[in-house]
Design a protein around this ligand. Structure first.
Ligand SMILES: CCCCC/C=C\CCCC/C=C/C(=O)SCCNC(=O)CCNC(=O)[C@H](O)C(C)(C)COP(=O)(O)OP(=O)(O)OC[C@H]1O[C@@H](n2cnc3c(N)ncnc32)[C@H](O)[C@@H]1OP(=O)(O)O
Length: 286
C-alpha cells in the first residue's frame, strides 16, 4: 500500500496500483468494524468507526481502520473524513484490557498495529479531516491530531490524560499533539493530564471548528477538503509528507526501540497499578 512505500522513501510517490473503481468500496477481509461511504457528488469518503460501546482501539478495530484507509487511498477518493457511528464517543482510545496483565506477544502485536495506524493516518496521501462527534480521550485524540483538520460537536472532551493513571506517551504521540498545539500548551496539558472541553479545545486550537450536529460537522470537514481543489494532488501529497517528515521519521528511525520501551513500561508495577485503579474507576462510575 501507499503508506508502506513511504517507509522506504518518504519523498517518493508510489503509483497507485489498485484497480477497484471509486464506488466499489467494500470492507473485504476486515472484521466489519468500520464502514466507508463515498459521496457520489464530492468523491469524499467518510470512514466510520463502529465498535460498540465506545470504539476502543482493539487489535481488530485498528486493523480495520488501516485496511479502510488503504482502500480509500487506493480508490482515489478526494478526501477522507474520520468519524464514529456512536453519537457520544468518537473513540475511547486504546483498549485498556489489552494493556492489563498482557500476554507479551499479543502486546507487541497490539503496539505495532497502533504504530501502523498512526502512520497510515499521518501519511495518508489524500486530505484528511476528523468529525469528532463524541468524546475523544487519549489515542482518540491522537488519531484526530493525525488528521489535517478537526471539527467537534459541543459538550464533549478531547485530550491526552495519560498521566492521570500513570501512563506515559511515546515521543511520536507527543509530536502529533505538538503538530497541532504550541509546545508550551502541550507540555502543560500532557503533564496535567488535561481533557479539554469542546470550547477549550477551540480556544487553544486543538480543534478548528465547532459544529451544531454531526451532519454539519461532516459538511464542514468536506468544505475543508474542498479547499485543496486548486492544488495538484501529487504536489499536495509530497508537500504534506515533507511537512510531516520529521514527526514520522521520529517513529520510523527506531520502531523496534519504541516497541521495547512501551512493552517494558507497560509491564512495570507503576503502570499496572495505575491501570487497575483506572479500570476500577470506570466500573464504579456506573
Ligand atoms: C516510552 C514509554 C512509552 C510508554 C507507553 C506507555 C503506555 C501506553 C499507553 C500510552 C497512551 C495511552 C493511550 C490510550 O488511549 S489508553 C486509553 C485511555 N482511555 C480512557 O481512559 C477512556 C476511558 N473511558 C472513558 O472515559 C469513558 O468510557 C468515555 C469514553 C468518556 C465514555 O463514557 P460512557 O459513554 O459513559 O461509557 P462507559 O464509561 O460506561 O464505558 C462503556 C464500557 O466501555 C468500557 N471502556 C471505556 N473505555 C475503555 C477503554 N479505553 N478500554 C477498554 N474498555 C473501555 C467501560 O469500562 C464500560 O465497560 P462495561 O460496560 O463493561 O462496564
Amino acid at each position: 500500500m501507499l503508506r508502506n512505500s513511504l517507509i522506504g522513501s518518504l519523498r517518493q510517490i508510489k503509483p497507485i496500483l489498485c484497480s477497484q473503481s471509486l464506488r466499489s468500496l467494500s470492507n473485504g477481509a476486515n472484521s466489519g468494524l468500520t464502514t466507508i461511504e463515498v459521496d457520489d457528488k464530492s468523491g469524499i469518503a467518510t470512514l466510520s468507526m463502529n465498535l460498540p460501546p465506545v470504539n476502543t482501539l482493539t487489535l481488530n478495530l485498528m486493523h480495520d481502520l488501516i485496511d479502510s484507509i488503504n482502500q480509500i487511498e487506493c480508490n482515489k477518493s478526494r478526501g477522507l473524513i474520520l468519524t464514529s457511528s456512536n453519537d457520544k464517543v468518537f473513540s475511547a482510545g486504546l483498549d485498556l484490557k489489552e494493556l492489563y496483565k498482557p500476554d507479551q506477544e499479543r502486546l507487541k502485536e497490539f503496539w505495532t498495529i497502533f504504530q501502523d495506524l498512526w502512520l497510515a493516518l499521518h501519511l495518508c496521501g489524500i486530505p484528511t479531516a476528523a468529525a469528532i462527534n463524541g468524546h475523544a480521550p487519549a489515542a482518540g485524540c491522537i488519531m484526530a491530531t493525525a488528521c489535517e483538520y478537526r471539527v467537534m460537536l459541543p459538550d464533549f472532551v478531547i485530550g491526552v490524560h495519560a498521566t492521570r493513571f500513570s501512563f506515559l506517551v511515546s515521543k511520536w504521540m507527543m509530536l502529533s499533539y505538538q503538530s497541532v498545539l504550541p509546545r508550551r500548551i502541550v507540555e502543560r496539558a500532557l503533564n496535567q493530564g488535561k481533557l479539554f472541553s469542546t470550547q477549550e479545545a477551540l480556544e487553544v486550537g486543538l480543534i478548528d471548528e465547532v459544529a451544531g450536529s454531526k451532519k454539519e460537522a461532516l459538511a464542514q470537514c468536506a468544505a475543508f477538503i474542498g479547499t485543496f481543489d486548486k492544488a495538484n494532488p501529487i504536489a499536495r501529497t509530497l508537500t504534506k509528507r515533507m511537512c510531516r517528515d520529521s514527526d514520522v521519521t521520529e517513529l520510523l528511525r527506531d520502531r523496534a526501540g519504541d516497541l521495547r520501551a512501551c512493552v517494558d513500561y507497560i509491564n512495570t508495577p507503576l503502570f499496572q497499578e495505575g491501570l487497575s485503579a483506572h479500570l476500577e474507576g470506570l466500573k464504579e462510575k456506573k
